[in-house]
Design a protein around this ligand. Structure first.
Ligand code: IPM
Ligand code: MN
Length: 356
């Protein structure tokens, strides 16, 4: 198979972890006789520094033309403490999502058995948890009108959803539920928010097309509690952009660390694959970042954008083998991990490559 992959490392540890993800793709190409070619593009703070624009047109054009994008992270502490900054790295990410029509963000919460001890949740509560989140990614309060009034003393962000937007993400989630445990939980705040009432109405309607799927509706506050209390009760979860952002950070603790979680953003065109973690400037440049989320994102890329199931499983398996061999990065190590088994980004990457 011949494919063109665009590498978009972005900022902070995005650079370090994406380099490992790319090596894994290269290894797979070599092993299975595929021809992957690569290009790179700028986004985020790195793009602002180089061009003044968090998503230069050139990057966007490259994304549209490529067969898939392996993305790192965006962000820089300099903006976090400056709410008045007009140009921000995150704008590049949001524009990429909108321009590429990436309305469905899949975040699988998969717990590797070896990491049962790495979570702060009790192992007996966690064991067997396997959740697939569908986070709507191009609507909601993220993309509605926002601004200030009353001389800047009042601020507003409009949350908006159309029937069409809810319908298409709901369908994707139902389709996935059909291939899994046939259980779907739709999360909203329909007791208070109007967009949530539309959300619930539309999900109920789409549900009629999937009579085999058991559907429940939960409020977002209750869901936040249930995720920790009993993560095993969930199979597929579908929710709006902001709720999905928050709930998946919480759910990452079910998998032991944010450093383990991959995601796929799909929609109308090129798919984008990225860790759910951010740019983590506190550990940038130290060579200690966990590259597994990027590696597992590469696995999702192979599966979803290229249909290469076996190759994808091979990658997941290699990560599993490395964990079984006892190797850890700092974020997933615990007091029982021997010092010589705690590896840096490149070294654990090498262990994964060896097993491929
Ligand atoms: C994510 C991130 C982004 C989001 C930020 C960086 C804009 O937190 O991908 O989850 O809020 O969507
Ligand atoms: Mn987030």
């Amino acid at each position: 198979m011949k494919k063109n992959i665009l590498i978009v490392p972005g900022d902070g540890i995005g650079q370090e972890v994406t380099a490992v993800g790319k090596k894994v793709l290269d290894k797979i190409a070599e092993k299975y006789g595929h021809e992957f070619t690569y290009d790179e593009a700028l986004i985020g703070h790195a793009a602002i520094e180089a061009t003044g624009n968090p998503l230069p047109d050139e990057s966007l054009e490259k994304m549209k033309k490529s067969d898939a994008v392996l993305f790192g992270a965006v962000g820089h502490p300099k903006y976090d403490n400056d709410p008045s900054a007009k140009v921000r790295p995150e704008q590049g990410l949001l524009k990429m999502r909108k321009e590429l029509g990436l309305y469905a963000n899949l975040r699988p919460i998969k717990l590797f058995d070896e990491l049962l001890g790495a979570s702060s949740i009790k192992p007996e509560i966690l064991k067997g948890a396997d959740i697939l989140f569908f986070r709507e990614l191009t609507g909601d309060i993220y993309f509605g009108e926002k601004g200030r009034k009353d001389n800047g003393d009042t601020a507003f962000d409009i949350a908006q959803y159309s029937r069409f937007e809810v319908e298409r993400i709901a369908r994707k989630a139902f389709e996935a539920a059909m291939t899994r445990g046939k259980k779907l939980c739709s999360v909203d705040k329909a007791n208070v928010i109007e967009t949530s009432r539309l959300w619930r109405e539309v999900v109920q309607q789409v549900a009629k097309e999937y009579p085999e799927v058991t559907v429940e509706h939960q409020f977002v506050d209750a869901t936040a509690m249930l995720l920790i209390k009993d993560p095993k009760r969930f199979d597929v979860v579908v929710t709006a952009n902001l709720f999905g952002d928050i709930l998946t950070d919480e759910a990452s603790q079910i998998a032991g660390s944010m450093g383990m979680l991959a995601s796929a953003s799909i929609g109308d065109g090129t798919g984008v694959y990225e860790p759910i973690h951010g740019s983590a400037h506190d550990i940038t440049g130290k060579g200690v970042a966990n590259p597994m989320a990027s590696v597992l994102s590469a696995a999702l890329l192979l599966d979803i954008s290229f249909g290469l199931k076996q190759e994808s499983e091979d990658v997941i398996n290699a990560v599993d083998q490395v964990l079984k061999a006892g190797f850890r990065t700092g974020d997933i190590a615990d007091s029982s991990t021997p010092k010589d088994k705690i590896l840096g980004t490149d070294a654990i990457g090498e262990e994964i490559l060896k097993r491929l």
